[in-house]
Design a protein around this ligand. Sequence first.
Ligand SMILES: *Cc1c(COP(=O)(O)O)cnc(C)c1O
Length: 421
Amino acid sequence: MTDPSCCPDGYGPATLAVHGGHHRTAFQETAEGLFLTSGFVYDRAAQAEAAFAEEIDRYTYSRYTNPTVTTFEERLALVEGAEDCYATASGMAAVFAAVASLVRAGCRVVAARELFGSSLVLLSETLAGWGVRTDFVDGTDLGQWAAALATPADVVFLETPSNPALDVLDLRAIAGLAHAAGARVVVDNVFATPVLQRPLALGADVVVYSATKHIDGQGRVMGGAVLGRRAFVRGPLQDFLRTTGPTLAPFNAWVLAKGLETMALRVRAQSAAALELAAWLEQQPGVAAVRYPFLPSHPQHDLARAQMSAGGTIVTLTLASAAGPDDDPADDVARTFAFIDALRLVAIANNLGDTKSMVTHPATTTHRRVPPDLRWRQGIRPTTVRLSVGLEDVVDLRADLDAALGAFRGAPAGSRQPATP
Ligand SMILES: *Cc1c(COP(=O)(O)O)cnc(C)c1O
């Protein structure tokens, strides 16, 4: 439904992010219109009949389509370089719809173990209960992918870089193995964003987003999106979403369409700050390990440089453990909490990709439902902290982290305080 007069071929991604999908009304407004309406009226009964028979293409009901949602979908499709896009109420609605519209009972999914917590639960519990089996592999081990995909599969699901360990998975190689096994490849591209990584160009069939993260990027609304070929998006995916109903609200679509206008600027600036902080953190006493795709110490550094144009906005650090093998890991948690609680500028929040820097402790929050052994294999330790780098002055962020590291080094083992209400 993209209006070719609005965005002819040949415009660059920044132009498309600002103008894509903008269809002015008769009022000739400068900003995108916000159509806060659930429904639309017909001139005559026969017109409603023709709309429901899909003989005419028009808006009928906002669970199906809404002009503001269309603007967001068209803009994101142009930014991603995808044929089409379907917006959803949240990122998890996008993940669920993308996978569920490709499987039925008896189907088989092969997925990386390094997944967003809810995606892991969706595959290993919800869909498993409906007769869709998922086999998990270590995402960075191509041998495990090849072994799992030696038998036919219907869907391959992965995210790269992964949350929170920032493992980088080889999209081109995994897509090749997946297609040979008859599977469609669904990539959660939330951490990289379309600014830094284009999975469809590397062989993926479907890309999913939590628009709540970098697309909004300012902590305001929930949203999600699924992108891919038109035959899929306007076929099985649309059938699934129209029936199950996780519709993106027009107001949220408007916020997200405006978010896309500045996303590239924000993501590039936040990534540059993240790289600077990651390199600095790596030198600090008390820091055992820093994970950042564009640091030379990252195990998949060359791959990250080949498939991403910057390392992203997230840095994951693991503080030095004071616990011996017989000590209670709660002591390490307590000392890590002392670091987190000493931060003054960086907020404790489980969102990411925001202009405001945020820190979270995956083991006790986002990944607490993940079984401990799997958590360990995902690289999550009691002292692991995920830092989402915002748009503040880097010097201020460094000073805040420096002071908090001082608090961490000074915290006695076994000092866990009860949570205050
Ligand atoms: C946040 C997130 C999701 C889920 O998105 P919501 O908008 O919270 O539903 C999925 N995948 C990744 C990698 C995320 O960070």
